[in-house]
Write a protein of this length. Structure first.
Length: 290
């Protein structure tokens, strides 16, 4: 009996079962939480309809939005991945109540990092070599982490310059596709019951755009186009732009230290740079992991 038991990899089987059930558990968590938020608003709408005073109604709506914001924050924070992107999109003043924006904006730079052991596995599977053979130095703690990938500072063997290694979170693409399907189903339901505009098409566009974010070669090509444009059009005052080194899963670029987007900009000189817009290529998200 002991010999039979020792022949089974119970831990491996448990991990495989857990991995296969993860999308189902994630879907269950989404629908339970989404239903709670939705029904909370429906019950509130009934309650507030009996209140005639406009100022009191406004105060009640503000409290309801704050309550919902806490629940949405908890859902996005706990589930992570695609829902962190939802928080980034919804957490804008022109799209959501002020209470939502105030709560969700704090999630933008809080994507959980993948443990280094998993990062090491991705790197070594991708290169077919041990990490010590590739890098002279590799910082365990990431510089930043976003919903799709995280970045580490490192130095390639035989190279004097530091690089940034961008590594995709393992399994994140499949989970995001599960999340998008759930959101699309929810959008269709909302269109039929409450919302008077085409939410489903919005979610389809989100699916398309997120697909681009997993296309690292496409991202690298965009960065190279920007680098060439800045180099060719700034001969007198050269602009230092990271050069991309292409690999199959991860991407490495030269490390640059700089200020946050928007700091140090002389807006009085903005007009002279307006012609650049004619050649513009948008390729930016204000997140540490991108």
């Amino acid at each position: 009996m002991n010999a039979l038991a020792s022949g089974f990899d119970f831990k491996g089987i448990q991990e495989k079962v857990s991995h296969s059930l993860r999308p189902w558990h994630r879907s269950f968590q989404f629908w339970v939480r989404a239903a709670d938020i939705y029904t909370g608003y429906k019950v509130f709408q009934l309650r507030v309809s009996f209140v005639k005073d406009a100022e009191k109604q406004e105060a009640m709506w503000e409290k309801q939005h704050e309550l919902a914001a806490d629940k949405i924050y908890a859902m996005c924070s706990d589930l992570g991945g695609f829902f962190l992107k939802i928080a980034q999109i919804v957490g804008k003043p022109d799209l959501a109540p002020a209470a939502w924006v105030k709560r969700l904006v704090t999630l933008c730079d809080q994507a959980p990092a993948t443990p280094f052991d998993a990062v090491r596995l991705v790197l070594e599977e991708d290169f077919g070599r041990s990490i010590s053979e590739i890098f002279e130095n590799f910082e365990v703690n990431p510089l930043g982490s976003a919903s799709i990938a995280q970045v580490h500072r490192a130095r390639l063997r035989g190279d004097k310059n530091d690089v940034v290694v961008k590594v995709q979170h393992p399994g994140v693409q499949d989970l995001m596709m599960t999340d998008i399907r759930n959101l699309q189903a929810f959008a269709l339901y909302m269109q039929k019951t409450d919302v008077k505009f085409d939410l489903y098409s919005v979610t389809k566009e989100m699916e398309k755009q997120i697909g681009y974010e997993f296309d690292f070669p496409r991202e690298a090509n965009a960065m190279e186009r920007i680098r060439r444009f800045l180099y060719e059009n700034n001969k007198k005052t050269p602009v230092l732009v990271p050069r991309v080194q292409l690999f199959s899963i991860l991407r490495t670029v030269h490390l640059l230290r700089g200020l946050s987007v928007g700091l140090g900009i002389n807006y009085s000189c903005a007009e002279q740079w307006r012609p650049i817009a004619e050649e513009a290529l948008y390729n930016a998200v204000r997140l540490k992991g991108n």
